[in-house]
Design a protein around this ligand. Structure first.
Ligand SMILES: C[S@@+](CC[C@H](N)C(=O)[O-])C[C@H]1O[C@@H](n2cnc3c(N)ncnc32)[C@H](O)[C@@H]1O
Length: 191
């Protein structure tokens, strides 16, 4: 899967920035297709170690068969716990390529795409129960406002919140393109 999974951003420049010590311990917080991890491993010697995190089961299929490499299949918020658990006392560098991978946008069934219709899922981790459709169909207006403003970075989300409430009064959100249509209707024309 790693071939088309994701093309890493500035792979060489970002790993150059880690200024790698070949015997050091490094963390890739967002493993994805493993592009950055592979580049880190190329610069590590036999004593070096790389711990990678990804909470998405699709990314786990890209795990690298290298004895210097450990993939932690959890949210990177547990970094400190896992570093302790793995018996590591200090880290030499951390790389975080935050967000979603292109795989998420390319796979309609994951519910992130606004090019292809699919279930409005948007869960990254199999452990999460609530889908994006659940949020849109059940959150009260003030919580939707906060979600759009804080995580969607929409400066004035009032119109979008009203459109979501209007839409769901008629029928529940189920698919990605329904949300796209509602968002387009409430966005200023130039956006
Ligand atoms: C932009 S991609 C990383 C691509 C990667 N650098 C590569 O070279 O292929 C971001 C990855 O981080 C994962 N991710 C996002 N938030 C996460 C979190 N809080 N904990 C663990 N993984 C996360 C996503 O599942 C996705 O695979």
């Amino acid at each position: 899967m790693s071939g088309q999974y994701h093309t890493p951003v500035l792979p060489e420049a970002s790993v150059d920035g880690l200024n790698i010590d070949p015997s050091g311990v490094y963390v890739d917080l967002t493993f994805g297709g493993g592009g950055h991890s592979r580049s880190i491993l190329e610069r590590l010697g036999s004593k070096g170690r790389l711990i990678a995190f990804d909470q998405d089961a699709d990314a786990w299929e890209n795990a690298l068969g290298d004895k210097r490499f450990t993939l932690v299949k959890h949210n990177f918020r547990y970094l400190e716990n896992f570093i302790d658990y793995l018996g590591i006392s200090s880290i030499d560098g951390v790389l975080a390529d935050l967000g979603v991978s292109s795989h998420h946008f390319d796979a309609p069934e994951r519910g992130f795409s606004f090019r292809f219709d699919g279930p409005l899922d948007m869960r990254m981790s199999p452990g999460i129960k609530q889908t994006a459709a659940d949020v849109l169909n059940n959150y009260p207006a003030d919580r939707l406002f906060t979600v759009f403003k804080m995580y969607g970075e929409i400066a004035k989300p009032g119109r979008l919140v009203s459109s979501v409430l209007r839409f769901r009064e008629a029928s529940p959100f189920e698919n990605t393109l329904q949300l796209k249509e509602v968002a387009e209707q409430s966005a200023p024309p130039e956006r």
